[in-house]
Design a protein around this ligand. Structure first.
Ligand SMILES: Cc1cc2nc3c(=O)[nH]c(=O)nc-3n(C[C@H](O)[C@H](O)[C@H](O)COP(=O)(O)OP(=O)(O)OC[C@H]3O[C@@H](n4cnc5c(N)ncnc54)[C@H](O)[C@@H]3O)c2cc1C
Length: 400
């Protein structure tokens, strides 16, 4: 069986390994001069290969949660880790504070290099500079045409062309057009895990400050999701794991993000401020939050920073607690695909068979990785999706 795989990113490389391992003749087609360019820039150049724990709640799709659950069960996390460590020889280490798994080398390049080498060792052929431009479904399989005129035929085709995020790595969204040309619907796509922007100059002036927050995404005043983690102020607005995780609700649905600064809730803040009756309110808040942020929040509550905590009447205390624990982030937009870590939306999950990832509309076509309407949160969850869907599609496409 000849299997062509378009895209040699995380999902395509994994699909190639498993398809070749099953004995298929594998042609791995990559538009760039080298495979896995996005792996190289992942995790700040360290590549957060996997999370150390996961649950269904770490993933988001507008499709069926049942299909998501079935996909996650196809390759348990411990087995994916064993594949990396024992089959590929890439030892992983846990970063305790974040629960993320990184390569012991703490560099992304050896991960990419070893994956590409392992794929070749299994016998797959890598064609770089091969941008799949057009696909024709024939009775006996697929006829593929590259942008530079090269031609190829294959009995099965796996589309592992990624999304639209950071297009300079090669994922320019053409894969969606190819899938649509073979009959698939495209759900609206949007940048996800993306920094948000603000017009609030005072908040932008806090650029560089990172602070732990609890966040809630609200639609029509009702919470739709919540989480916690660090928020980073940037020159354009807000980033950091908390904001990236929450961003898809804002970009996709126009949700409002409300944050609670620091680790405390209203009762804890009240206790903290009451216990510091003689301390200036700005100082008391600044003991738990970065000083410049504390000063700004106290101002936003309409209080004088020098005012003593003990002098706050109920009304002013409530105003301060509101700003500290239910602060609506004034979001004006997002940074777009240039910096988004993943693309939401894409091929609906109900158009693939969850046990094989074969298209329900075009037999012989398989889809894996970010092209599917499925994303994970920050922490190795998106690579996890790439590895498990790549394996599923690769193994299934190789079956006679
Ligand atoms: C800056 C950044 C950091 C990240 N860090 C992490 C992290 O640490 N941990 C984590 O879990 N996730 C991380 N992610 C997300 C993760 O990189 C993606 O979820 C993952 O790479 C998706 O894999 P994929 O194979 O589906 O797509 P991609 O990795 O995008 O691969 C798609 C491949 O297809 C090729 N291609 C596209 N169109 C064609 C065509 N027509 N013909 C031939 N080839 C084509 C592209 O050149 C590309 O090589 C990060 C993303 C970014 C942008």
């Amino acid at each position: 069986m000849r299997v062509a795989i378009a895209g040699a990113g995380a999902a395509g490389l994994t699909a190639a390994w498993w398809a070749a391992r099953q004995g298929a003749e594998v042609e791995l087609l990559e538009s760039q001069k080298q495979p896995g360019r996005k792996i190289l820039i992942s995790g700040g150049g360290r590549c957060n290969v996997l999370p150390s724990e996961l649950s269904e709640a770490d993933f988001f799709t507008s499709g069926s949660r049942h299909v998501l659950r079935r996909l996650l069960r196809t390759w348990p996390l411990e087995e994916v880790r064993r594949w990396f460590e024992e089959e590929l020889g890439i030892p992983l280490v846990l970063e305790e504070e974040t629960g993320k798994l990184f390569p012991a080398a703490q560099r992304a390049r050896p991960v990419r290099d070893r994956l590409a080498e392992a794929v070749r060792e299994q016998g797959a052929r890598l064609h770089t500079g091969f941008r799949l431009e057009r696909v024709e479904r024939r009775e006996e399989g697929f006829r593929l045409a590259a942008a530079d005129g090269r031609r190829l035929e294959a009995g099965r085709l796996i589309l592992a062309t990624g999304g639209c995020s950071v297009p300079s790595t090669g994922s320019d969204g053409h894969g969606y057009t190819l899938a649509a040309s073979l009959g698939h619907r495209l759900l609206p796509r949007y940048p996800a895990l993306v920094p948000l922007t603000t017009k609030d100059a005072e908040l932008r002036a806090l650029a560089g400050i990172s602070v732990p927050v609890r966040w809630r995404a609200l639609r029509d005043g009702r919470p739709v999701d919540a989480g916690e983690g660090p928020l980073l102020f940037t020159h354009r607005g807000f980033s950091g794991p908390a904001v990236l995780d929450a961003s898809h609700h804002v970009v996709r649905n126009g949700a409002v993000l409300e944050v609670s600064w620091g680790a405390g809730d209203a009762a804890e803040w009240t206790g903290w401020l009451r216990g510091r009756a003689r301390r200036a309110v700005e100082r008391a808040v600044g003991d738990l939050l970065p000083r410049r942020l504390a000063a700004l929040l106290v101002r936003r509550a309409g209080l004088r920073g020098a005012e003593r905590c003990g002098n706050l009447d109920r009304g002013r205390l409530d105003r301060l607690l509101g700003v500290l624990t239910a602060f609506p982030l004034p979001v004006s937009g997002h940074e777009g695909y240039r910096t988004a870590e993943v693309t939401g939306g894409g091929i609906p999950l109900d158009e693939v068979r969850p046990s094989t990832l074969e298209s329900r509309l075009c037999p012989g076509l398989f889809l894996c990785g970010e092209i599917l309407d499925l994303i994970g949160r920050i922490g190795g969850y998106n690579f996890h999706l790439a590895w498990i869907t790549g394996r599923l599609a690769g193994e299934a496409a190789a079956r006679p």
